[in-house]
Design a protein around this ligand. Structure first.
Ligand SMILES: Cc1ncc(COP(=O)(O)O)c(C=O)c1O
Length: 389
């Protein structure tokens, strides 16, 4: 269409939402669809958090708040981050946003432009590449391979940097693979980046509380030598089952915080105030619902990985975190889109094809286990049917 900014045609979409829309269409026709496609916990927001939002509304918190978020919430975020990562954060460097996704968008607007390069995980969260493309920058794929437990290789990452590189996106635990970045690679990366003092990191830590076995979350913000160029993204959506509340945050280095804040002021103005009060209670209140959710996810993960690996021509790594498994499925004459389509159209089970997450995702399927155990059992039966056909 004439008149539109041409970059509009470069924005990709999120297949998980397209698959959700198709699932809803199928449900309207009377089918009951099992949704293992969308990335949201199947638990309610903890009741104490809901009550805090209701109280905030009753107490009259109905207006705009400061654009960067209310001070009490930014303090609560700084305390929580320090408790989990042992790194002190100035609350003035924290920007509260309507979901972590806004931090991806604002950060890519800050660094992306024609001629720039941004290194992004492949397979990786779809919004990264869509928004890099929108800015006109070149998205440079950083392979996250199955044989490497879906982590990255720091030497390979450093070899992708050149004088056009502006930003590296990291995501651990990762969507879509559940992979956790190893400390060894992070240390190597921090050392390697000393040669490239202008390159920033966006560390997407939205799944950092959802970890299994002995995995520990390590934020690149921990490394003093690169601290002044690390941006952290986190939020409440996954940890506290608050996807619909739209609450997330970014921690920005002091020198660039003002730019992120201006993007916030000129777009969303502020996050709705009741959600912000709920966010304080989530961080400071009882953590039992979070711990219970992780225990339940762990059981589902163990079940899926064990069952998937029993099926011929399927290999599945034990993911260290998040709530996805990412099995490699070899089926003659079917690529990942066709496998996902078969499961949705014939068995009414929604999953996301691995190829939606980048070229290294081909041959894989993303299966969210944020769904009841019996749904996962049905999925295994249906997948076996497909493999035996
Ligand atoms: C890797 C990753 N980052 C960020 C987000 C954004 O989450 P939200 O905007 O709901 O906080 C998601 C959501 O699916 C995600 O998977």
């Amino acid at each position: 269409m004439d008149g539109l900014n041409k970059s509009m045609y470069d924005i990709g979409s999120d297949s998980a939402f397209a698959i959700l829309a198709r699932s809803q269409e199928l449900e309207k026709k009377g089918n009951s669809v099992i949704n293992l496609g969308i990335g949201q916990p199947d638990f309610p927001t903890p009741q104490n958090v809901v009550e805090a939002a209701i109280k905030a509304l009753r107490d009259g918190h109905h207006g705009y708040t400061a654009s960067n978020g209310i001070k009490e919430l930014r303090r609560a975020v700084a305390n929580d981050f320090c408790k989990r990562n042992n790194v002190e954060i100035n609350p003035d460097n924290i920007l509260i946003t309507p979901g972590g996704k806004s931090i991806i968008f604002y950060t890519l607007l800050m660094f992306g432009e024609p001629g720039a390069e941004i290194i992004t995980p492949d397979p990786g969260f779809i919004a990264y590449k869509s928004m890099i493309d929108y800015t006109g920058a070149r998205a440079v794929s950083l392979p996250h391979r199955m044989e490497n437990n879906f982590s990255f290789d720091a030497d390979e990452l450093i070899s992708l940097i050149n004088d056009k590189t502006k930003l590296i996106i990291l995501n651990s635990p990762a969507n879509p693979t559940g992979g956790v970045v190893s400390e060894v690679e992070l240390i190597k990366l921090a050392e390697g980046l000393l040669k490239f003092p202008k390159v920033f990191i966006l560390s997407d830590e939205i799944y950092s509380r959802i970890l299994f076995d002995n995995h520990k979350h390590i934020s690149p913000l921990k490394y003093k030598e690169i601290r002044d160029r690390v941006i952290v993204l986190d939020g409440w959506s996954k940890t506290y089952s608050m996807t619909g509340w739209r609450l997330g945050y970014g921690i920005y280095p002091k020198e660039i915080f003002g730019f992120a804040e201006k993007l916030a002021i000129n777009s969303h103005s502020c996050v709705n105030s009741a959600s912000q009060f709920a966010g304080i209670e989530a961080l400071e209140g009882d953590q039992k619902p979070v711990n219970d959710m992780i225990i339940e996810f762990n059981k589902r993960r163990n079940f899926l990985v064990s069952e998937l690996n029993k099926i011929e021509n399927i290999q599945c790594k034990q993911p260290g975190g998040a709530f996805y498994v990412f099995p490699k499925i070899k089926k003659e004459n079917m690529n990942s889109v066709e496998i996902s389509k078969y499961l949705l159209e014939k068995k009414f089970i929604a999953t996301v094809p691995g190829s939606s997450f980048g070229k290294n995702g081909e041959g894989f399927l993303r299966v969210s286990y944020a769904s009841a155990f019996e749904n996962l059992e049905k999925f295994i039966v249906c997948l076996k049917d497909l493999m035996n056909e």
